[in-house]
Design a protein around this ligand. Sequence first.
Ligand code: SAM
Length: 339
Amino acid sequence: MSNWGFVRHSRTSLSLLKTLRFQQKAHLGSTLSSFFFFSTSGEGRAENENPVRPAPPPIRVGITESSGRGVFATRRIGAGELIHTAKPLVSHPSLSTVQWVCYFCLRKIRNGGGDEPQSVRFCSEECEQQAKSFRGVETKADWLAFDDYCRSLGLKYPLLVKRFACMVISGALAADLLDILQPASLSPLMISNMEEGFDLLRSAFKAANFPDERMAFLTKEWYTGVLARIRINAFCIEFAGGLYGDLLLSAAASVEAEAAVGNAVYMLPSFYNHDCDPNAHILWIENVDAKLTALRDVEEGEELRICYIDASMSHDARQTFLSQGFGFHCTCLRCLSGD
Ligand SMILES: C[S@@+](CC[C@H](N)C(=O)[O-])C[C@H]1O[C@@H](n2cnc3c(N)ncnc32)[C@H](O)[C@@H]1O
């Protein structure tokens, strides 16, 4: 069974990034900002404007010529500028770091660990409060078999589906929230490999006696559809630069050769296409809230692209990774140049 090992990382090897520029003509597309959870630095806000409401980020979602939807700059964006931040729709710590990071925001916890291997921790009352709805559902069920299934097969994405399902049952999220995101195309074998996870998830909720009407959304099609979207759109969360690293966290993570603190799916960041020589970057400083920044000056109308993979890989390795993990052949300028 595939271990779904292809995840989007924050890592781009800047030293190897060439100065090739990529400018793509955007078609007019409707903006999807009403769907997005974002905040901005508030730059450009008029003085008399309500200070509580942040200015919209300088981007729009439009249609690209060859890569479906993409994100375009609505004004010139300077190198190093914070384009916007994004809160996750769904996130989950890695099983190997669950004792060491906040169960809600994935922030490292100084005195994590402890005696109870199954226990979860929060970094603040606010996070505990925000997790209350899905925890109220999650703690009613027994997850031993489901978590063992994920652990033994090295699966991370079913954990995101589990949390998403808990949020839906609690009424915090709509079951079709992720439908707008592009799904991976799944082979019949991939779908049949997902059956065990679905059965375990559904059984856990069933055994906890949730009423059928609250679980009506939880069909096999829903489960595989959500996983298909997560596969293309989830980010693997690693904090930037090791600045906020923690030896204990590193030690815990290395037990399973897992550097990431967890995985998350966002709305707006999901619309950024890939480039092996990107002009934008997604990073995490101390928790799961993502920051999208410009790596170089970007002109108004230019498409903003991030790198999904380690850009220091060879041309052939990048192509193989993108094709097997994301199902597309990369035709960015760097790839076309043969670099
Ligand atoms: C995370 S989504 C990006 C948004 C997507 N274009 C959409 O319409 O929702 C990733 C998908 O976008 C497309 N894509 C992203 N970067 C691409 C590239 N460099 N070349 C071709 N297709 C790309 C692929 O279909 C890929 O699976």
